[in-house]
Design a binder for this molecule. Structure first.
Ligand SMILES: [Zn+2]
Length: 240
């Protein structure tokens, strides 16, 4: 009987909708795992970057310290020479040199202070990153494990539903109806058959001719919505 075929088809669609949801969930898992792995990689990269920053700062610090030490030596020399100045000209030149050295000493002194502050910040940042790395690794591994388990679970659930579908499909007398249904479903957002209790398509809400609606209720032939093409099933044929 056609009306039984349609009834079974409607049962199949309920399962298909569930399968679609589960499949969507299943298909999203690899991307979620990829994102988790990526976040962990980013965390590790931040640590490496911070280490590079610290290495560069330490190099600059040692350069600046060397410069300051040279300036200090030059200032000591200048001071010694000051004591044995022979001419006014020599005195002037020494004074200019001293002024320049003092200016440099102040400049590099400030620079050293800046670098030291940056180093402190970077070191604190690095130890935070290193401290939290362990937790990030653990939670990433835990989450991936959960997702992998979920994947298996979903695959099993889908298999069970596919099985149910097969068991229902054997009752359908006209198997071409399933092919038609599958094709419509594919093109119409996963809904191939709609249940109606008034002359309005429940898929696209177009008004149906009363004549078609009456024929539909007789259950003698299959009817499609003229607008969306979905299979129409009169509510009186299903048990709900
Ligand atoms: Zn329609």
């Amino acid at each position: 009987m056609l009306k039984d075929d349609l009834k079974y088809l409607y049962e199949i669609q309920k399962l298909d909708i569930e399968i679609d949801e589960l499949t969507e969930n299943l298909n999203s898992i690899p991307e979620r795992i990829r994102q988790l792995t990526l976040d962990l990689e980013k965390h590790k990269e931040s640590i490496e970057r911070e280490k590079e920053v610290i290495a560069r700062l330490e190099e600059s610090k040692s350069d600046v310290e060397k410069k300051l030490s040279n300036i200090k030596t030059a200032l000591d020399k200048n001071k010694k020479k000051e004591k044995s100045v022979q001419s006014g000209r020599e005195g002037e030149s020494l004074l200019r040199e001293k002024e320049n050295l003092i200016r440099d000493e102040e400049f590099y002194g400030n620079k050293l202070k800046d670098i030291t502050e940056q180093l402190e910040k970077s070191s604190a940042n690095l130890s935070n990153l290193e401290d939290s790395l362990g937790d990030v690794i653990t939670s990433t591994e835990d989450d991936i494990k959960l997702y992998t388990e979920k994947e298996e679970e979903l695959k099993n659930e889908i298999e069970v539903l596919e099985d149910k579908k097969k068991r229902i499909a054997v009752h359908i007398e006209d198997p071409t109806i399933i092919k038609k249904y599958d094709r419509i479903r594919e093109n119409r957002d996963g809904i191939g058959i709609v249940v109606i209790d008034k002359p309005i398509c429940a898929g696209c809400f177009v008004k149906l001719p009363q004549e078609i609606y009456n024929k539909l209720k007789s259950g003698e032939e299959i009817h499609f919505c003229e607008v969306c093409g979905r299979i129409l099933l009169w509510k009186g044929f299903i048990d709900e």
